[in-house]
Design a protein around this ligand. Structure first.
Ligand SMILES: N[C@@H](CCC(=O)N[C@@H](CS)C(=O)NCC(=O)O)C(=O)O
Length: 315
């Protein structure tokens, strides 16, 4: 019997079914709470610069989205950033990169401490990204798709001058595209890697490469996915593309071809990489160590491959 990487999220047919996000609070300009107060009756927390802490792993593609958007929008002073060790132990994500192994603002050693303070019964995976309230120490949200959208729409008053408009006023095309990219690409690589039956793996692999073929054609005559300007869709695609050859191609068996063998996608990914918010937030060492060391059902030796040469990204 194949050992499932996360047994609770594996179906009887061997498909990987990602857990739901437990904490779905939002920080919003519509909140009726005063500064310093908790969420209002609708679960909306007040927008307050300096109050919230974004907890990420630089290895994690879902967290990487929020790091890129925060930097693109110039929200570094408004929302502080905590970076966990890319290697989890049996208690999960830990602040071992910080002095004394504790987050200097929240004073906790493990992200699970904030999760359990918020919901003492919580028994799912403790995940990044998460936004934690520094006043109460409670988790506001680990709802990663909403986190980046809200940085764009709810924190406008604190964006830098000339910040890009990542979420267009008419969201129809954006929403359609990010749903497809999520299903077949962002989560698709995990559905390949975490499948526990041949059929489930092959179905995920076929859907992934069919979608990449479509995106390759889409990028033939445009700079960004939606045309002339950078949007949330580009950020979401980039975080999977940048991990593709280093991790997903080998570790998750997404190996019909490499990113470098898709001319348009590769050129597009490198164009994005040249922007500081993208390139400066990529840490290949943490990315590779996280995947190859912590998924021991997939890579029991824990050996981290030396390649590929990251200098290809600079070319
Ligand atoms: N919140 C989402 C997505 C975020 C996510 O999966 N993050 C990963 C890192 S890439 C994580 O925190 N994993 C912790 C674990 O598996 O225990 C989920 O629950 O699936």
């Amino acid at each position: 019997m194949t050992r499932a990487p996360f047994a609770k999220e594996s179906s009887s047919t061997g498909e990987w079914k990602r857990q739901a996000n437990r904490f779905t609070g939002r920080i919003s300009t519509a909140s009726k709470s005063a500064p310093g107060e908790g969420p209002d009756a609708d679960g909306l927390w007040p927008v307050e610069p300096g109050r919230y802490r974004l907890i990420v792993s630089l290895a994690c593609p879902w967290a990487h989205r929020s790091v890129i958007v925060r930097k693109l929008l110039g929200l570094e002073d408004a929302i502080s950033l905590a970076i966990v060790d890319p290697i989890r132990d049996e208690r999960g994500w830990r602040f071992t990169l910080d002095p004394d192994g504790k987050d200097p603002v929240l004073g906790i050693g493990y992200l699970s401490e904030a999760y359990l303070a918020t919901d003492p019964q919580y028994d799912g995976r403790v995940t990044v990204p998460a936004i934690v309230d520094t006043v109460t120490g409670l988790v506001v949200t680990n709802d990663y798709p909403q986190i980046t959208l809200d940085l764009s729409t709810e924190w406008r008053a604190y964006h830098r001058n000339h910040a890009p408009q990542l979420v267009p006023a008419d969201r129809t095309e954006l929403d359609q595209l990010i749903a497809e990219i999520y299903a077949d690409v962002n989560n698709g690589v995990y559905r390949c890697g975490f499948a526990t039956s041949q059929e489930a793996y092959e179905a995920a692999y076929d859907a992934l490469f069919a979608r990449l073929d479509e995106l390759e054609i889409r990028l033939m005559d445009r700079e960004y996915l939606l045309g002339d300007s950078l949007t949330e869709a580009d950020i979401r695609l980039f975080t999977t593309l940048v991990r593709f050859d280093a991790v997903y191609h080998g570790h998750f068996k997404c190996n019909r071809q490499k990113l470098t063998e898709f001319p348009n996608l590769w050129a597009y990914a490198r164009r994005l990489y040249r922007r500081p918010a993208f390139g400066e937030t990529v840490d290949f060492d943490q990315i590779k160590r996280h995947y190859y060391v912590t998924h021991d059902t997939i890579n029991p030796t824990g050996i981290v491959p030396k390649g590929p040469d990251p200098r290809a990204w600079e070319s």
